[in-house]
Write a protein that binds this ligand. Structure first.
Ligand SMILES: Cc1ncc(COP(=O)(O)O)c(C=O)c1O
Length: 364
């Protein structure tokens, strides 16, 4: 990164900046790796959370069987980084994008979701033209009501159709139970996730009964990895947020720590009870509520403008002055990360490394 040489002290980091607590981040990686170590289901973590090839490689080193992503642009970054098995858990329908996908990397296992025969035919035509093989998962709507065909016969029909199309290999089914991952009560979350997995695995079974092998049954988020990840018949889990966590996921008391914070600087102090930060909605997102100030104590975020944050200050606890630092935990990391170019990887008060967020903005 330009202009910065390590060692760099926390007080010198230009803000707003994303900080990774290296210890907590490693604990999260290790905890998830430990969970999947001796299970039949494996982890294929979602890249959309961190968008950083260095982290993707660490996840693979820790045992992940590959990486999941949402966009072709992300897959391109992952191929460039040398990840050899990539699932795009989404539909790629634009002809130019399908061409990019087909030509991306013959030596990489590229797996993509479909829910439509026209799309399948286009994928096949481009794969044949490029001389490549694309692996296909039929996306099943297991209750999120986003993409996907209905469980059962509709998925079998698509699987049969894929098998007639050259350049494609039917690899299995994908059904993300995103409508369940934030259910606060763990028992209720498990109940809903199990129902979704019943629909997904029964669909896989129906396809097998028709004589079609089903290698991959993919699902799972951070809120359900321990339910869907042990559900018989599920082969891989797509969880992503566990690496960093945020205030929304923290409410579930999962065995992962908030490892990512946003560092900001006080730029104005209109009164002892109020201060203005250099951080607004262009640096941290608020669709899951306002971020939470973790340091210093006695400071509370009230509002974000585009480039300003307004905090209330308890003068009995703290007097803020211009240049002071305020650190907060995002309420939604995946969208916050997408606003930044770098992570500052912290060991205590010092920046250990700076990692590029290479797939930031790669949503095409
Ligand atoms: C297809 C898909 N799989 C898995 C996930 C799980 O992510 P998380 O770990 O953030 O719950 C998501 C989240 O948006 C997703 O869209």
């Amino acid at each position: 990164m330009k202009n910065f040489q390590l060692p760099l002290h926390k007080s010198e980091i230009p803000t707003p900046a994303l900080l990774i607590d290296f210890d907590l981040f490693n604990q999260n990686l290790a905890e998830m790796a430990r969970f999947f170590k001796d299970r039949s289901a494996k982890l294929r973590p979602h890249f959309k959370t961190h968008k950083c090839p260095i982290i993707a490689k660490k996840q693979v080193e820790a045992g992940a069987i590959g990486i999941t992503c949402a966009k072709l642009g992300e897959a391109e970054v992952l191929v460039e980084a040398g990840i050899t098995s990539i699932l795009i858990a989404n539909q790629i329908v634009d002809p130019l994008k399908i061409r990019r996908l087909a030509e991306l990397a013959p030596e990489t296992e590229l797996i993509v979701a479909v829910d439509n025969p026209h799309n399948i035919a286009m994928l096949s035509a481009m794969a044949v033209e490029a001389g490549s093989l694309i692996y296909i998962l039929v996306e099943v709507d297991v209750g999120l009501h986003r993409c996907g065909v209905q469980p059962g016969q509709a998925a079998l029909d698509l699987a049969r159709y894929i098998r007639t199309q050259p350049g494609l290999e039917f690899a299995g089914v994908l059904g993300y139970e995103g409508h369940t991952v934030f259910v606060l009560d763990a028992e209720e979350r498990k109940k809903q996730a199990d129902q979704a997995m019943l629909e997904l695995t029964s669909t896989a079974q129906l396809i097998r009964q028709a004589g079609i092998p089903v290698r991959i049954v993919s699902s799972g988020g951070t809120g359900t990895y321990n339910f869907s990840g042990v559900y018989p018949g599920v082969t891989e889990i797509e969880a992503g947020s566990y690496v960093f966590m945020d205030t929304k996921y923290r409410a579930q008391n999962l065995p992962f720590q908030c490892a990512l914070t946003l560092l900001s600087t006080v730029i104005s102090v209109p009164s002892p009870e109020k201060a203005i930060l250099d951080t607004g909605m262009k640096a941290i997102t608020i669709e899951n509520g306002l971020p939470e100030v973790v340091s210093p104590g006695g400071v509370h975020l009230e509002k974000l403008h585009e480039e300003h944050g307004i905090v209330s200050v308890d003068p009995a606890l703290i007097q803020l002055k211009i240049g002071d630092r305020v650190e907060m935990i995002p309420s939604h990391i995946c969208t916050t990360v997408n606003l930044h170019d770098h992570y500052y990887v912290m060991e205590g008060e010092w920046v250990k490394e700076i990692w590029p967020i290479s797939a930031r903005g790669k949503f095409q």
